[in-house]
Design a protein around this ligand. Structure first.
Ligand SMILES: C[S@@+](CC[C@H](N)C(=O)[O-])C[C@H]1O[C@@H](n2cnc3c(N)ncnc32)[C@H](O)[C@@H]1O
Length: 223
């Protein structure tokens, strides 16, 4: 563990990775186990819903491996059915809580990009926002240098808070953009844009040499 001064961010409370059990029936997917596939950039999607973005991304990026995680059973089942029909070899749907799954499956500095599209937490509970969670430090430790976290939301206060946290707590370069009105990446995006709501996207980039307390942390499953 690094002491506070040597970290690249200003988050003091550490995520308790050691205390998190692996999800039930946890196995490492082939996309992570196979050395052939692991040579392709790995991309994660957290909260993939019924998989609209995941299917689109995997079909448009045949040279990248996408692991798309969804914890709600009925959404995951719809996603999994579509993924089977499309038979995309570079897409792995995962039914799990993303936090526990990532802790036990993903190696440090191994992910090129992480999508979190329209996470929509309870608005009165800001602790559920991804950048407010101590887990975000762990997530950053899994990202390779130069890797990106891409967050989209239609909630103005979520975007404002995320942008502020990205800068002041996580010390990350950010780019905030409006999502084009004709974008159709996810079911929620389609719904919000059809209602003429503004959607925003925040891209956060992990700088070279960025240090967290989890840079050498590997689950007991991999030791
Ligand atoms: C508002 S929906 C958005 C779904 C999709 N990204 C879209 O834009 O249409 C948020 C999704 O994130 C999933 N989710 C929230 N927290 C999660 C977690 N910790 N692990 C996996 N999925 C999660 C929820 O089950 C839900 O399906």
């Amino acid at each position: 563990m690094l002491d506070q001064q040597k970290m690249s961010h200003k988050q003091s409370r550490a995520f308790q990775a050691d205390k998190l059990s692996p999800p039930r029936d946890f196995t490492i997917p082939e996309a992570l186990a196979s050395t052939k596939k692991i040579n392709q950039p790995l991309v994660l999607e957290i909260g993939a819903g019924k998989g609209k973005h995941a299917l689109l991304f995997a079909s448009q990026n045949p040279n990248k491996q996408l692991i798309a995680i969804e914890r709600t059973r009925n959404k995951f089942e719809a996603f999994s059915k579509l993924a089977t029909e499309h038979n995309l070899t570079n897409l792995t749907p995962v039914h799990a809580d993303a936090i526990a799954w990532i802790v036990h499956a993903i190696k440090p500095k191994s992910i090129a990009c992480i999508y979190i599209l329209y996470p929509n937490p309870e608005q009165h509970n800001p602790n559920q926002q991804w950048l407010n969670m101590p887990f975000f430090e762990f997530l950053l430790s899994r990202l390779s240098e130069g890797g990106e976290v891409i967050l989209a939301t239609n909630i103005e206060s979520y975007m404002g808070n995320a942008q502020q946290q990205a800068k002041s707590i996580w010390c990350l370069p950010t780019l905030c953009e409006k999502v084009p009105a004709d974008s159709q990446r996810t079911h929620f995006e389609v719904k919000y844009l059809a209602r003429n709501e503004t959607c925003w996207q925040l891209t956060m980039t992990k700088p070279k040499g960025y240090r967290t307390r989890f840079d050498n942390w590997v689950t007991a499953h991999k030791k």
